[in-house]
Write a protein that binds this ligand. Structure first.
Ligand code: 13P
Length: 260
């Protein structure tokens, strides 16, 4: 954590809580947001419940994100959702290039870059996800893979006037209970920031680089304390308000310790 950037604690609900239970969970997160004044909180529920959760979060500081977007603004794209529609639903952020989309739904670096541009054009801040597989890590290709994924979006992000974030999510740590150690995470986060700085120093300064992958209350302190870790993108633990709240409070404690 670094005093220059407000920590961002984001919950990626994936394909969970797409109805009334999502509204209840959002309400609990709105309530806990009052106890973490130095931390930004964000929830990314399924499309079906975005508008209802926008209503639930209205007047609070809880930010609303979608989990994906289509690159075109409208047209014959059955089953897809445009950035303008997400804005209409009350979103201000969108998660892009999550490894589950890259692995299961064919999102490529180029496609993620086009989606990032479309999101920004419509007024949505992107959280661009990057990360290596276990095989790539074992082959010593972690930085090569991650920096290639980052390079694909750097030019687009550099032009943005909105806040932007990158989430480093090692694929082998997602939903597995295996977590990157603080030193492993910091190495990649620092490399991402250095790569951004080479192209656009101001972008490197402003970009929140989030860690994701089995982030839980019991490992949050150590990971969030890393200099280049500006928050978390949380899957499983974001489905439970008390666990999500515990991680947010860990960030709050660190933010107070390193005031701006
Ligand atoms: P878990 O926290 O369940 O490992 O998921 C991480 C993730 O994919 C967030 O986008």
């Amino acid at each position: 954590m670094n005093s220059k950037r407000t920590p961002l604690i984001a919950g990626n609900w994936k394909m969970h809580h797409g109805g009334a239970s999502g509204v209840t969970l959002a309400g609990e997160i709105v309530a806990l947001s009052r106890s973490v004044p130095h931390v930004e909180l964000l929830v990314a529920p399924p499309f079906t419940v975005l508008a209802a959760i926008a209503h639930e979060c209205d007047g609070s500081k809880v930010l609303l994100a979608a989990q994906n977007v289509h690159e075109k603004d409208k047209g014959a794209y059955t089953g897809e959702i445009s950035a303008a529609m997400l804005v209409d639903s009350g979103c201000t952020w969108v998660i892009l290039g999550h490894s589950e989309r890259r692995q299961m739904f064919g999102d490529t670096d180029a496609w993620v870059a086009r989606k990032t541009a479309a999101a920004l054009e419509a007024g949505l801040s992107p959280i661009v996800c990057v990360g290596e597989t276990l095989e790539e890590r074992e082959q010593g290709k972690t930085l090569e893979v991650v920096l290639r994924q980052v390079a694909a979006v750097t030019e687009v992000l550099a032009k943005a006037s909105l806040p932007v974030a990158i989430a480093y999510e090692p694929v082998w740590a997602i939903g597995t209970g295996k977590v990157a150690g603080p030193a492993e995470a910091e190495e990649v986060h620092a490399a991402i920031r250095a790569a951004l700085a080479k192209v656009a120093p101001a972008l490197a300064e402003k970009t929140r680089i989030l860690y994701g992958g089995s982030l839980k209350p019991d490992n949050a302190d150590a990971l969030l304390a890393c200099t280049n870790v500006d928050g978390g993108l949380i899957g499983g633990a974001s489905l439970d308000a008390s666990q999500f709240g515990a991680i947010a409070r860990a960030a709050e404690g660190l933010a107070i310790r390193f005031p701006s």
